[in-house]
Ligand binder design. Structure first.
Ligand code: SAH
Length: 226
């Protein structure tokens, strides 16, 4: 309300819009910045809490989820490439008979883009394709999927528990795919070593050139003793 341009506010270059048009544009810009700030705040909360706390956050504040997803789409839209598209291209090159589990699926871009059977997990259903659950405990039998995907979704501080869950549901020789913002890693090599210890072999960085996102795959070996 009352979003008049502040005195001395810079005019958008080359715009001859009526004052109401200018104030609408200013208001839209301010709203976009506010949304981006709220997204960053919620995103930071997700990366600094356990997956259970994340579930509580979205249950107690459904608006937070809606803001998070609008902000997420806005941010990813500015990147040169959305990693989920690269994952979809990769999966399309592999047999459609492979069963996929999408951990933290968001709006289910993977399930809606490929023919494979895809189990889509998230805390809140943005689409009817979503199974609502905490990714640390998904309703799948052991060794039931061929590919497990975490696309910008490996956020909980209980990372080890989450990756162990992925390992549990993956068949032997299955593929783990992780796409994550590179700056989130303190030490990529340490992360890869930890993955190897969790039972993922032949770990590789697939496309480190897709700035700012790292995409890695790991292949599950024999079950690890826990
Ligand atoms: N993979 C999607 C969405 C990424 S946004 C894409 O690339 O488009 C991250 C998603 O992870 C959000 O939808 C968020 O709700 C979900 N998420 C975060 N913590 C989760 C948890 N503990 N269990 C299930 N989903 C979770």
């Amino acid at each position: 309300a009352g979003a008049q341009p502040a005195p001395g506010a810079p005019e958008p270059p080359g715009r001859e819009a009526a004052p109401s048009g200018r104030s609408a544009a200013l208001r839209a810009r301010m709203e976009e910045r506010l949304l981006a700030a709220r997204f960053r705040y919620i995103n930071q909360q997700l990366y600094t809490s356990t997956s259970r706390e994340a579930a509580q956050l979205f249950q107690s504040d459904p608006e937070a989820f809606e803001i998070y997803h609008r902000g997420f789409a806005q941010q990813v839209g500015r990147w040169p490439e959305n990693p989920v598209h690269r994952i979809v291209r990769y999966l399309r090159r592999r047999p459609a008979s492979l069963v996929v589990a999408d951990f933290g699926c968001g709006d289910c871009k993977i399930a809606s883009s490929i023919k494979n059977k895809v189990h889509s997990f998230d805390l809140v259903p943005l689409s009817p394709l979503v199974t609502v659950c905490d990714m640390a405990k998904v309703p799948l039998a052991a060794e039931s999927v061929d590919v497990a995907v975490f696309c910008l979704a490996l956020m909980g501080t209980n990372l080890q528990e989450i990756l162990e869950e992925a390992n549990r549901v993956l068949k032997q020789g299955g593929t783990l795919m992780v796409a994550e913002v590179a700056s989130r890693f303190e030490d990529v090599r340490a992360f890869m070593n930890a993955m190897a210890q969790l039972g993922f072999k032949s770990i590789s960085k697939v496309c480190p050139q897709v700035c700012p996102v790292l995409l890695g795959t790991g292949c599950t070996g024999p079950p690890v003793a826990r």
